[in-house]
Design a protein around this ligand. Structure first.
Ligand SMILES: Nc1ncnc2c1ncn2[C@@H]1O[C@H](COP(=O)(O)OP(=O)(O)OP(=O)(O)O)[C@@H](O)[C@H]1O
Length: 295
């Protein structure tokens, strides 16, 4: 069994809440934590990793409060922080040996595990090269290998794809999918496409609160009737739409300008056509334009 119950979690700093009354239950699979900067993603992840103690609320792992089984619980956690420092003069292999020693793994067992993980993350052939010469994606893969050393049941990854090129990002996603079978993986991002393809559920966080949780399909079906396409060559109408509605996309053509907008209310324009929702509309609907597009 692998079950994490987060109950009414709140973290306050003075009179500001970094997160507020969050309740979620997580089981095996990949969960995407989506929200703009400052939404409270890191705070929630650090609370799950026992690095921040909640002000109120509790986290229950397989029926027990995590603080009542603290040492045992830390043994099942793997945490990759946003800023993952690697020693650039170390080779991938010697770095993993060093971390394994810190984690208290016996040398023989560690070496076996390290070779296995270097294969899993596709770095076996370059295991003796200095990490300083690795690309961003390769460094992240070293980070994942490091997290997997003690075979964690809960893996927490804070923006693991930041700064990766599309190819590295795809490779990284495939790696997560491959290891997710018997683990809870929580992955924060503000890039929709990261979680669109691998997360079994997306948890959306805004201003410290959970505003939506569901599968890809559930989230999209909730957006039905809220996405519109408008084609216009009337500059006044264009300006009005832009000022009143959330515009996902604006494309200027020769004969008309095409807008894709999201709105909770019906749109008063006869030239508006309801469109099938896409995941890229979701971010705009719940959050803002910034960070909507893949970088
Ligand atoms: N130690 C602290 N003291 C005071 N306020 C804090 C502290 N840590 C976080 N906060 C505030 O709590 C809120 C949530 O921060 P958090 O880092 O969890 O957000 P985030 O969603 O992870 O953002 P980012 O993507 O930028 O890392 C922010 O408004 C932040 O300023």
């Amino acid at each position: 069994m692998n079950k994490l119950e987060i109950k009414n979690l709140t973290k306050s700093y003075g009179n500001k809440n970094a997160n507020n009354n969050i309740t979620i239950t997580l089981e095996n699979g990949v969960y995407g934590l989506l929200g703009p900067n400052g939404a409270g993603k890191t705070t929630l992840m650090k609370q799950i990793a026992t690095l921040i103690k909640p002000t109120t609320g509790e986290i229950i792992y397989n029926g027990k409060n995590i603080y009542s089984i603290e040492d045992e619980y830390r043994g099942v956690i793997g945490y990759l922080p946003q800023e993952f420092g690697v020693y650039k003069n170390f080779s991938a292999k010697s770095f993993l040996q060093y971390i394994a020693a810190l984690k208290g793994l016996a040398k023989r067992e560690a070496n076996k595990k390290i070779d296995e993980l270097l294969n899993v993350v596709g770095l076996y052939d370059v295991r003796n090269k200095a990490i300083g010469k690795f690309s961003g994606g390769m460094k992240r893969r070293v980070g994942i290998a490091q997290v997997l050393l003690n075979d964690p049941k809960i893996i927490i990854l804070d923006e693991p794809t930041a700064g990766l090129d599309p190819q590295e990002r795809t490779r990284f996603r495939n790696l997560l999918s491959a290891i997710s079978k018997d683990k809870i993986i929580i992955l924060s991002t503000h890039i929709i496409s990261d979680i669109e393809s691998i997360a079994k559920e997306t948890i959306m966080i805004k201003d410290g609160e959970m505003i939506m949780k569901g599968s890809h399909r559930e989230i999209l079906s909730d957006m039905n009737g809220k996405v519109y396409r408008i084609r216009t060559n009337d500059e006044n109408q264009l300006a009005e739409i832009q000022s009143k509605y959330k515009v996902v996309n604006l494309q200027r053509g020769i004969d008309f300008t095409e807008l894709r907008i999201v709105s909770d209310e019906a749109i008063p324009y006869v030239n508006a056509q309801v469109m099938e929702p896409k995941f890229e509309d979701v971010y705009m609907f719940y959050f803002d334009l910034e960070n909507t597009k893949e970088v």
